[in-house]
Design a protein around this ligand. Structure first.
Ligand SMILES: NC(=O)c1ccc[n+]([C@@H]2O[C@H](COP(=O)([O-])OP(=O)(O)OC[C@H]3O[C@@H](n4cnc5c(N)ncnc54)[C@H](OP(=O)(O)O)[C@@H]3O)[C@@H](O)[C@H]2O)c1
Length: 310
């Protein structure tokens, strides 16, 4: 039990790598740090010929510019969102679609009932990570984002937060997918008996799998309470009515509450909530930016989102 705690702390401090994300649309053409199988780089080549109007009217001018051939690599992302019909997953799919990414979602229940227009732009696959036919899902993918996780009894929490994600990381690596992004959870300042619950041990196990299999590209986002509109059976639960004012209040009172944060479990009250849109923006930025990898805290997720918000 305590050994897993030691491990958690070690991984959270030593592996936190944060580089200021670049704007999504400015990804450099040749910024590939890794050698990916070519089948996974969805790039297309096009060439443009152009000549200046000056040269056309002054054909005898010795300075007339010859036609220029421009050859550019345009990479299109093909993103697999595991749990794309869930609360966080839908926000990620919607944001990814709006950036022009190709998006495939896999979850047990498949296509959601919502009639929002972005839903038609996602390919919905009904499948369970434990029994998936990965050929249908991962071939040609440039990134996997896993939102799989949840509550239940101890065994269920270990399985869904931990093992399900470990299986997904292994499969993604086997198929040569270059990037894996995990939606994990904030390292709450909880007493050790709570941190050793299946929920947290599952999350940390999944994080370790991402960071060890994807040391130079894996992303672990650790949000606290996430607010936004959660759809349950067709109805919207307005979690933002609680989360947004709380986020503002905690920001405004930081100087008073700071000293309290060393008390055990104080993070439960003091860790700022974050909007589901910010989590989605950070995830989508992570997909597009090769320099964005490592473990991201609540503040770093917000910072990353702010950098790409339009
Ligand atoms: N919501 C928060 O405030 C919050 C805060 C911090 C961290 N997180 C973490 O963020 C992640 C997303 O949370 P959420 O609130 O969006 O949860 P959610 O709405 O329950 O979404 C979970 C998704 O995972 C899918 N899923 C579950 N088991 C699966 C399996 N075996 N195979 C394939 N898909 C499976 C679910 O769809 P099916 O049931 O159809 O399979 C669903 O789409 C979780 O890991 C959660 O722990 C959430």
């Amino acid at each position: 039990m305590s050994s897993s705690l030691v491990h958690i702390n070690a991984s959270s401090s030593s592996s936190t790598l944060f580089r200021k994300p670049k704007a999504i649309s400015t990804r450099p053409i040749s910024s590939h740090h890794h050698h990916y199988p070519t089948s996974n780089r969805w790039s297309s080549r096009f060439s443009v010929s152009c000549s200046s109007s000056y040269s056309e009217v002054n054909t005898t001018d010795k300075f007339a510019t010859p036609p220029i051939d421009i050859v550019a690599d345009v990479k299109t992302e093909r993103v697999v969102v595991l749990g794309g019909n869930g609360f966080v997953g839908s926000a990620i799919c919607k944001t990814a679609v709006s950036r022009g990414f190709e998006v495939i979602s896999m979850s047990r229940s498949g296509r959601p009932s919502s009639s929002d227009s972005w839903v038609d732009q996602v390919t919905w696959i009904a499948g369970d990570v434990f029994y998936a036919n990965w050929d249908d899902v991962l071939v040609g993918a440039t990134a996997v984002v896993s939102t799989i996780g949840g509550f239940g009894n101890e065994e269920q929490m270990k399985r869904i937060n931990g093992e399900a994600n470990v299986v997904a990381v292994d499969a993604a690596q086997e198929y040569g997918v270059p990037k894996f992004i995990l939606i994990s959870v904030h390292d709450y300042n909880l007493p050790s008996f709570l941190l050793s619950s299946g929920y947290f041990t599952g999350k940390r196990k999944a994080e370790s799998a991402v960071l060890s299999k994807y040391p130079n590209s894996g992303v672990v986002l650790r949000p606290g309470f996430i607010y936004g509109k959660r759809k349950v059976d067709g109805f919207e639960l307005p979690l933002d009515l609680v989360g947004e004012p709380l986020e503002k209040f905690l920001n405004a009172t930081k100087s008073f509450t700071g000293p309290l944060s060393s008390l055990p479990a104080s993070d439960l009250l003091l860790a700022p909530p974050i909007s589901v849109d910010d989590v989605a923006l950070a995830a989508v930025n992570a997909i597009a930016d090769d320099d964005f990898f490592g473990v991201f805290t609540i503040e770093q997720i917000k910072e990353a989102a702010a950098n790409v918000r339009v």
